[in-house]
Design a binder for this molecule. Structure first.
Ligand code: FCB
Length: 439
């Protein structure tokens, strides 16, 4: 694959704090919006919560051993803001920080490069009470947290990912309300969209100033829309989805402007100088890709459209997400052609399939193996056609708390029995291990 620096391609796996850590009230951690949301009746399937999750907080040594045996060279995890700064701002919590100190040290001892994400959706609840990302003050709150965290871990951590999938956080959390903080509020959605970019810009600038040798980036979900029916209205809305979901985050970062079709809606929140603050140089772009969205116009809906299921004859995962590796290749090619794109890491890709434990006690997940094989090949095709891709992180190392789906949607290479916390590597784990050995 094209890689001008000849640095080794990194094979990795990814997780996120609220999805795996558990220990939500331990060592001074304060609640995040996901604690509040998951404890609100009817928000999560079967009323499940991340209170215990994979208990990774207490089992990280065992989990690093799984990573070591898997042979991954890099591990993407996220930091729980309310463990480090329980009030969201101000005084740090040394005991919370110590967990990440141990994690980073143990990863480095295992020869695994840490790729922390600073914000994977678990905003401190106390900041939500001050308006969360709809409040422009988030810019300072987030960059102070980024500075604080990087000051403590940055002697060992080189790669920093600012945000995880801001479009998903903005849209699912503020427009359709199926994720925390559970809002269905157009103004909050638009303000949050802009403030995510602003906060990211401020943090990038602060970290770059503090240590120019760090590798700084962010992770976007790149998911194109296609019209779910033949109507002109749905075709227009598929474009709108592309602008809101992808363009509103890619374009200001990489080319200094919001998509023209969305700009008038964002204008009330934009102040002079904002677009300059947002357009910071990044050393890499993290790309998460799972599927393509089927979009249908829905007059009267908050943003004018809805996501619908793909046609039944389309191959799909147990989530009803279309399986389409060539779309992944084309997404990467489009990024390369449309933007002056920095090197890319695929920071998430994977699939939920309903796993079956066989009589031999194992999970023979051929479907997940075929998915990963197809998507990795598609990525390699994009690489051969000139896209500079430096690494691939499978989502996910472990089955985990899959947000509104609770523990049902299993994405892991390793099965977790949530009643015993027993980890059982699936066939996809062994397939990926052998694949990494050969590459
Ligand atoms: C992504 C999230 C990740 C996980 C996968 C399945 O949108 O970043 O936490 O939920 O989807």
């Amino acid at each position: 694959m094209s890689n001008p620096t000849n640095q080794p391609f990194l094979w990795g796996a990814a997780t996120a704090s609220y999805q795996i850590e558990g220990a939500v009230a331990e060592d001074g951690r304060a609640p995040s919006i996901w604690d509040t949301f998951s404890h609100t009746p009817h928000k999560i399937e079967r009323s499940e919560t991340g209170d215990i999750a994979c208990d990774h907080y207490h089992r990280h040594t065992e989990d690093i051993q799984l990573m070591r045996d898997l042979g991954i060279q890099a591990y993407r995890f996220s930091i729980s803001w309310s463990r480090i700064l329980p009030e969201g701002t101000g005084k740090g919590n040394a005991r919370g920080l110590d967990f990440y100190n141990r994690l980073v040290d143990d990863l480095l001892d295992a020869g695994i490069i840490p790729f922390p994400t600073l914000f994977h959706w678990d905003l401190p609840q106390t900041l939500q009470e001050r308006g969360g990302f709809a409040n422009r003050d988030i810019t300072g709150w987030f960059s102070d947290y980024a500075v604080h965290t990087s000051q403590h871990l940055g002697d060992r951590v080189q790669h920093w990912i600012m945000l995880n999938e801001p479009s998903v956080f903005a849209f699912l959390g503020h427009a359709i309300g199926v994720h925390a903080p559970g809002l269905t509020d157009l103004k909050a959605f638009l303000a949050t969209t802009h403030h995510l970019n602003l906060a990211q810009g401020a943090a990038l600038h602060a970290l770059r100033t503090n240590n120019p040798s760090w590798k700084l980036g962010t992770t976007l979900s790149v998911d194109r829309g296609m019209a779910a029916d033949g109507s002109k209205a749905s075709a227009i809305m598929a474009e709108r989805h592309h602008d809101l979901w992808n363009g509103c985050f890619l374009a200001p970062l990489l080319s200094g402007a919001y998509p023209a079709g969305i700009l008038p809606e964002l204008e009330p929140y934009i102040q002079p100088g904002d677009l300059k603050s947002i357009r910071q140089p990044v050393d890499f772009l993290g790309v998460n890709h799972y599927t393509r969205s089927y979009i249908r116009a829905k007059p009267g809906a908050l943003i004018g459209y809805e996501h619908v299921a793909p046609p039944p004859d389309v191959p799909q995962t147990s989530f009803g997400w279309e399986i389409n590796p060539s779309e992944f290749r084309d997404v990467l090619l489009e990024l390369h052609e449309r933007y002056q794109c920095p090197p890319i890491y695929i920071t998430e890709n994977g699939a939920y399939f309903d796993d079956v434990v066989s009589a031999d006690g194992k999970v023979h997940d051929e479907n997940r193996v075929a998915f990963l094989d197809g998507y990795i090949q598609a990525m390699q095709e994009a690489g051969e056609r000139g896209v500079d891709i430096r690494g691939y992180f499978a989502w996910s190392l472990l089955d985990n708390f899959e947000w509104a789906g609770g523990y049902r949607p299993t994405f892991g290479l390793v099965k977790v029995d949530f009643s015993t916390q027993k980890r059982v590597p699936k066939d996809s784990y062994f397939w990926y291990r052998d694949f990494i050995r050969q590459h």
